[in-house]
Design a protein around this ligand. Sequence first.
Ligand SMILES: NC(=O)c1ccc[n+]([C@@H]2O[C@H](COP(=O)([O-])OP(=O)(O)OC[C@H]3O[C@@H](n4cnc5c(N)ncnc54)[C@H](OP(=O)(O)O)[C@@H]3O)[C@@H](O)[C@H]2O)c1
Length: 351
Amino acid sequence: MRFAASLTLRKPRRLTRLLAGPKGNGALIWACTSRCGAVAVDTNSEARGTPELAQPSSNPGAVRVLVTGSTGCLGPNVLEALAHHPTAGASSTYTLSRNSPESSRHYQLDITRARCLQEFLRTVRPTHIVHLAALSSPSVANLNPDLAWKTNVEAVGTLATYAKDFGARLLFASSDFVFRGDLGRAYTEADEPAPQTLYGLTKLKAEQCILHHGGMVARLSLLYPTANDPMASLARFSAVDNNLMEFRAADDEVRTPLRPRDAASAIVGLLFTELGGVFHLAGPEAITAYSLVCRQVAVAGLRTPVRRISRHSLLPPNRPHNVSLSAEKLHRVCPDLCFSKVVPSSCTETI
Ligand SMILES: NC(=O)c1ccc[n+]([C@@H]2O[C@H](COP(=O)([O-])OP(=O)(O)OC[C@H]3O[C@@H](n4cnc5c(N)ncnc54)[C@H](OP(=O)(O)O)[C@@H]3O)[C@@H](O)[C@H]2O)c1
């Protein structure tokens, strides 16, 4: 059964009444379209009770975690890590993105709409925020600078202000692209950022805002999801030429790739510490995109050739050469974390 009503988040009473509406209706979804965009709550599991959103402040001591960008590459891994965390597991987790289907405690909200985001935060009142939502492709950011700025910088200002005003803990996912890439060794948290791309610049500006407001920055290296679908990973990390039947990958761009699952466990671990500042989250190996793709091709048992290309033939221009990160600081603080190589190095690179 589906209901739709018009409301704005500026009217929390109305929201409460609607969400707390008929009981015992089985699969009940309230789909509420506001001037701020669609906000949806699936009360399926709560149809016989009052959804928690209706009483966000009824238990002031309760932990409420908000994960923005929950539907991306990293988001589902963070949700899984939260579910297994001793503190977070017993808390309420809310998620947010623009386009994904409505489901339990998932909200459709465009974070570039500052007013709506503010109203949303004041209604849900998260105590902990993992901010992943971003325009995360450096090439797309270059083509859409205004959108990149609104999404990656301005929205962070709204979240950081809320976190400061309401004493919420805010962890922001940043990127190795904040560095220039010419240091010749892995960057530590003490090294000076100097972004070469618009994407890197937006991430650095957001970092500065987060730190200024007392939040925490997790700087991520390349996320490389290999587990379920090696072909999808290959397509994501190389140009695929179907006519020539070959992959093309840069052999002059070095990163320290890590598995989204490893990144997620570090993020959730850090979220429930009292630490602040910047932490690098990186895999144990510095590797070129070319080597990564060669190894993955071998693991997948493919015979498709991999052609070396230069990063200068990729977008955006000025991609940094070597932005490998050192995760030593993280491992000192969280010695139990174990980051695996994304692809075994025993695979041949002679293709
Ligand atoms: N992937 C990497 O290799 C990598 C490396 C370094 C840092 N990072 C950073 O890590 C974070 C997570 O990366 P990811 O790979 O998971 O990103 P992703 O796969 O591109 O996912 C981005 C998420 O943000 C949401 N989103 C984008 N624009 C939004 C908007 N205006 N309003 C609300 N939600 C919005 C997307 O959902 P909708 O499209 O449905 O809105 C999606 O859930 C990002 O901040 C990224 O910059 C990623």
